[in-house]
Design a protein around this ligand. Structure first.
Ligand code: GDP
Length: 195
């Protein structure tokens, strides 16, 4: 995918602020600190478009980025941040749930997990919850550069098993440091958007 333009559009606090032009949307979900901002920046070849959040888990907004005028990335707030209150957690859940239920242009959900660790209980719950909506999904295992190549298959298997991913759901090993997985992920995204 050749990136001609990428721009931040809006931090939407609810669906009524989301774009209405119907361009395909790719959602990104993942625990705070999993590497979501770094992945967005790497995919878009931008240094600092998706800011690495100073207060992880506190921003309860859906951040929209428009790419090449032909699709949006929708960055969900990171989940699983310990200092977030129960009521904030519930409002997160409600916002995301409403979005997933009602958002017609949604084409693909990317769930990010850390390749180094087995999926957390929250990762598993999130995967199950997202899969339940029946959207096309892709799991992205981040920070692949932090473990040796010989360990990748073992860790990939732990993630597949931990999340109970069916064989047809793709798992992409990714590194924002080296660019590993970038082309593979773009081809999955492009296919989902019909580009
Ligand atoms: P977010 O909270 O999910 O948006 O996570 P960030 O993108 O802010 O990343 C959290 C931390 O992990 C930062 O210190 C990043 O530099 C680091 N990080 C993210 N992705 C990678 C990666 O692929 N490789 C390495 N080595 N570090 C990464």
């Amino acid at each position: 995918m050749k990136i001609k333009t990428s721009e931040f559009v809006i931090s939407a606090v609810g669906e009524d602020q989301c774009p209405v032009d119907g361009l395909p949307e790719i959602c990104l979900a993942g625990r705070s600190n999993v590497g979501k901002s770094s992945l967005i920046n790497k995919l878009l070849l931008r240094r600092n478009l998706a800011r690495t959040s100073a207060q992880p888990g506190k921003t309860q907004t859906l951040n929209y980025y428009r790419i090449n005028g032909e699709m949006y990335f929708v960055d969900f707030p990171g989940y699983g941040y310990a200092k977030v209150s129960k009521s904030q957690r519930q409002s997160w859940g409600k916002m995301v749930e409403r979005f997933l239920r009602e958002r017609k242009p949604l084409r693909l959900v990317l769930q990010l997990v850390d390749l180094r660790h087995p999926p957390s209980a929250e990762d598993c719950a999130m995967y199950e919850w997202l899969a339940h909506y029946g959207f096309p999904m892709c799991v992205v295992a981040t920070k692949a550069d932090k473990i040796s190549k010989s360990q990748w298959p073992k860790h990939a298997k732990i993630i597949r098993t931990g999340l109970r991913m069916p064989g047809h759901v793709p798992l992409v090993l990714f590194s924002s440091e080296t660019g590993m997985g970038r082309d593979e992920l773009w081809s999955i995204i492009a296919q989902a958007c019909g580009i």
